[in-house]
Write a protein that binds this ligand. Structure first.
Ligand code: NAD
Length: 305
C-alpha cells in the first residue's frame, strides 16, 4: 500500500501531479490538502481526478485535512506563491519559507517517517531549510527541479539536433535557477555519435534554458505539465524501488566537494528515498560551475536564516 499526500493540491502543479499520479495507477491513496478557503476547489479537483482515473487506475483520491495525511509514505509539497513575470525564484524566498514552516509543523503532527518532495521555489534553499529546521534525514528530503530542467535541456537539444527528445539523455545539475549547470560531457544520443558543442553553442543553449520557464509563465501563466510529469518520475522510482537515477536537489555532505548546500545532483531513488548521491566524472569547467552554483546558494541561504 502506498499513500501520497499533496499539499497545495488545489493549485496548478499540485492538481496536475495528482491527476498524473492517479491516472498512472502508481499509488493506492492520494490525499489532497490546501488552505481552508480552497476546500471546495480541492474537493472538486479530487472528484474530477477520480473520474479521470476510473478506466485505468485503482487509486483513490480524496480531499482532506492534515489529520488525513497520517502515515503518508510520500508528501509532495507544491504549496506556495509561484513566480509572476519579472520575478526570480529567489524573490519568493521569504513568503514561501513562512508557508513551508507552517505546513511542516502541521504535517509533523501526523507523520514521522515519510519522504518529502518539494517543488516550492526557491526549491534548493527551501529544501535545505526543511532538512535543517525540521531535523529530517537528508535521504528523505528531496527538492524537485533538476528533472524539469533536464527535460527542457533534452527538448532544446532535440530541436537543435533534429532528434526525438526521448532519444537524448541530457542532465542539468546545480541550482534550479540561474546558476544551473548543463552537463554537456554526459549528453548521449540513442544510436548516434555523441555531439560536440562549441563554447558559443553551449552558452546559447544555456541562455535559452534560463529563459524557458519564464517563456511558459508569460504565455500560459504557469508551468504545469512539465513539473507534474517530473514529480511522477520521482514517485514512480520510490514506490517501485527502481533505484533509478534522477537529478534532484539534495543536501550534500562532501559529495562533489560541497557541504551544507542543497542543489541538483544525480541521486539514486528507491523505497528509502535517496539511496545514493552519485558522483559523476565532470569536466573541470562543469565542476567549477557546480561549485559556483553552490557558493551562490550558500550565500542566499545565509540571508534566509
Ligand atoms: P499555485 O498558486 O497554482 O498553487 C499553489 C497552491 O498552494 C494554491 O492552491 C495555494 O492555495 C496553496 N497554498 C498556499 N499556502 C498554503 C498553505 N499554507 N497550506 C496549503 N496550501 C497552500 O502555484 P503553482 O503554479 O502550483 O506553483 C506552486 C509552487 O511550485 C510555486 O512556488 C512555484 O514557483 C513552484 N514551482 C516549482 C517548479 C519546480 O520545478 N521546482 C515548477 C513549477 C512551479
Amino acid at each position: 500500500m502506498h499513500k501520497v499526500s499533496i499539499i497545495g493540491a488545489a493549485g496548478t502543479v499540485g492538481s496536475s501531479v495528482g491527476y498524473q499520479l492517479a491516472t498512472q495507477s502508481l499509488v493506492d491513496e492520494i490525499v489532497y490538502v490546501d488552505i481552508p478557503s480552497k476546500k471546495s476547489l480541492t474537493i472538486g479537483q479530487a472528484e474530477d481526478t477520480n473520474h479521470a482515473a476510473a478506466y485505468t487506475s485503482h487509486t483513490n483520491v480524496y480531499s482532506g485535512n492534515y489529520s488525513d495525511t497520517e502515515n503518508s509514505d510520500i508528501i509532495i509539497v507544491t504549496a506556495g506563491k509561484p513566480r509572476q513575470p519579472g520575478q526570480t525564484r529567489v524573490d519568493l524566498t521569504s513568503v514561501n519559507r513562512t508557508i513551508l514552516d507552517s505546513i511542516f509543523s502541521d504535517i509533523s503532527q501526523y507523520n514521522d517517517d515519510f519522504i518529502s518532495i518539494i517543488t516550492t521555489n526557491p526549491v534548493d534553499l527551501l529544501n535545505r531549510h526543511v532538512c535543517d529546521f525540521e531535523n529530517r534525514p537528508r535521504e528523505h528530503v528531496i527538492g524537485f527541479g533538476g528533472v524539469l530542467d533536464s527535460s527542457r535541456f533534452r527538448y532544446t537539444l532535440s530541436k537543435k539536433l533534429d532528434v526525438p527528445a526521448n532519444h537524448i539523455k541530457a542532465t542539468i545539475l546545480g541550482e534550479h535557477g540561474d546558476s544551473q549547470v548543463p552537463i554537456f560531457s554526459h549528453v548521449n544520443l540513442l544510436n548516434k555519435p555523441t555531439p560536440v558543442f562549441s563554447p558559443d553553442e553551449k552558452s546559447s543553449i544555456l541562455s535559452d534554458l534560463k529563459e524557458s520557464a519564464m517563456c511558459v509563465i508569460k504565455q500560459k501563466g504557469a508551468t504545469q505539465w512539465g513539473p507534474a510529469s517530473g514529480v511522477c518520475h520521482l514517485v514512480k522510482s520510490i514506490v517501485e524501488n527502481s533505484h533509478s537515477i534522477f537529478p534532484c536537489s539534495a543536501v550534500l555532505n562532501g559529495e562533489y566537494g560541497i557541504s551544507d548546500v542543497s542543489l541538483g545532483v544525480p541521486v539514486r531513488l528507491g523505497s528509502n528515498g535517496i539511496e545514493e548521491i552519485v558522483e559523476w566524472d565532470l569536466t573541470s569547467e562543469e565542476t567549477d560551475a557546480l561549485t559556483q552554483s553552490a557558493i551562490k546558494l550558500a550565500s542566499e541561504y545565509q540571508l534566509l536564516s
